[in-house]
Ligand binder design. Structure first.
Ligand code: HEC
Ligand code: HEC
Ligand code: HEC
Ligand code: HEC
Ligand code: HEC
Length: 258
């Protein structure tokens, strides 16, 4: 996932367009340039969704990391000619589109392998494949393009919207489990962030490299837990979280005694 080349991470200009400040970053993709430039003339043809989508993209880690429109939609990103750019582009309503509900996991999964691998084991994915639209797809929780991360409370609300009391798929324990798990993930992450801040200030290069290595070791089980969480069965995650916590505390001790 981190192998995506960031070609020009600097801010080129700040343009006021259509009422919001657009941070135009250097992108290798022409798609967004034209869509942002034409949003007003094209607005009558575009739904409110498309305009919001453009803005969500603009402020997302995807935009910052050069994940252009074509990475999800297809098309040719190397031209300013609309007809050429849109060749092989399908509207999202087409089941064959890479951004249709059923194809989205695979499309996102080309970059986010860890979550995709676990998602494929879930009952939710089986529902999608069978053409049953009652379950979630990636965008249900992360947005279509914004790459939002959910707080423990918003995740548990998300589960409850389908599994809460009185709902058709009532499984009341699921939301609580999800909230507990995510709270723990957040706690360990917060400790890791503290450790990182200390490590950054270490002047001795060899010592810093040693701690950075230990940091990565502590981070592994927490990344694994977040990925494995995409099966939405949490029973087998506790072991990973315990390991992450132990390693993180060992790192904090070592940093305190350096
Ligand atoms: C030169 C301008 C231009 C470029 C370049 C461009 N688009 Fe568009 N795009 C438009 C306009 C204008 C619309 C509104 C509908 C129309 O006029 O065809 C549109 C519509 C769309 C739609 C809505 C689907 C549809 O059929 O209406 C999608 C999705 C889309 N573009 C994606 C892309 C992607 C992905 C790229 C790059 C590979 C791209 N566009 C490049 C101008 C452009
Ligand atoms: C991370 C993946 C992703 C990226 C990047 C992305 N989109 Fe989308 N896009 C989606 C998804 C998902 C939908 C919603 C599909 C649905 O309706 O369920 C969508 C829907 C749309 C639609 C309305 C549906 C249609 O096809 O008519 C337009 C227009 C559109 N995107 C344009 C763009 C443009 C322009 C960019 C770049 C600025 C972009 N998208 C970047 C995933 C993405
Ligand atoms: C072409 C590769 C690519 C595609 C396709 C893609 N992403 Fe991303 N995504 C990235 C990169 C690069 C980042 C930013 C770096 C990072 O956080 O690892 C990112 C960040 C994210 C984050 C935030 C991660 C964090 O820790 O802050 C989420 C959530 C996310 N993407 C979800 C999605 C979803 C959902 C889709 C499909 C609708 C999608 N991505 C499609 C490359 C991609
Ligand atoms: C029911 C809600 C839900 C669905 C559906 C979902 N996710 Fe997530 N996702 C989460 C939660 C919760 C986290 C953990 C957030 C955190 O770490 O703060 C997460 C984390 C992530 C991350 C960042 C952490 C990492 O492992 O790098 C990415 C990327 C991601 N999801 C991608 C996806 C993709 C791709 C799909 C579809 C295949 C998907 N998610 C479906 C809830 C969901
Ligand atoms: C958009 C609606 C929706 C959301 C959001 C959702 N689910 Fe589901 N889920 C479903 C449906 C529908 C089924 C299939 C029920 C069936 O097969 O009877 C399902 C099945 C499951 C199953 C497999 C059946 C079982 O109980 O063993 C689990 C586990 C599950 N969901 C957990 C979760 C968790 C945890 C969350 C929140 C992180 C969540 N779901 C969010 C709709 C949803």
């Amino acid at each position: 996932m981190r192998s995506v080349v960031v070609r020009a991470p600097f801010l080129l200009a700040l343009v006021i367009l259509g009422g919001w400040a657009v941070s135009v970053q250097a992108q290798s993709s022409r798609c967004a340039d034209c869509h942002i430039a034409n949003q007003q003339s094209a607005a009558p043809n575009w739904s409110g969704f498309a305009l919001r989508h453009l803005q969500d993209w603009d402020f997302s880690p995807h935009s910052r990391n050069n994940v252009g429109c074509e990475k999800c939609h297809g098309g040719n990103p190397n031209t300013f000619e609309k007809f050429q750019a849109h060749q092989n582009l399908l509207p999202a309503s087409s089941p064959a589109s890479p951004v249709s509900r059923v194809n989205l996991p695979k499309t996102c999964g080309t970059c986010h392998t860890g979550p995709f691998v676990s998602f494929q084991k879930s009952q939710h994915y089986k529902l999608l494949l069978s053409g049953d639209d009652r379950g979630p797809t990636c965008s249900t929780c992360h947005g279509e393009v914004g790459a939002h991360l959910l707080s423990p409370a918003s995740l548990s609300r998300q589960c409850s919207s389908c599994h809460g009391p009185g709902r058709e798929q009532e499984r009341t324990g699921r939301a609580d489990e999800a909230r507990m798990l995510m709270t723990e993930v957040r706690e360990v992450r917060a400790r890791l962030n503290q450790a990182q801040a200390i490590i950054r200030r270490i002047k001795d290069q060899a010592l810093r490299a040693k701690f950075e290595d230990q940091y990565r070791q502590a981070e592994v089980p927490i990344i694994e837990a977040a990925n494995a969480g995409h099966e939405f069965v949490f029973d087998n995650l506790q072991e990973r979280l315990d390991r992450a916590r132990q390693r993180t505390e060992a790192l904090m001790d070592a940093l305190a005694n350096q």
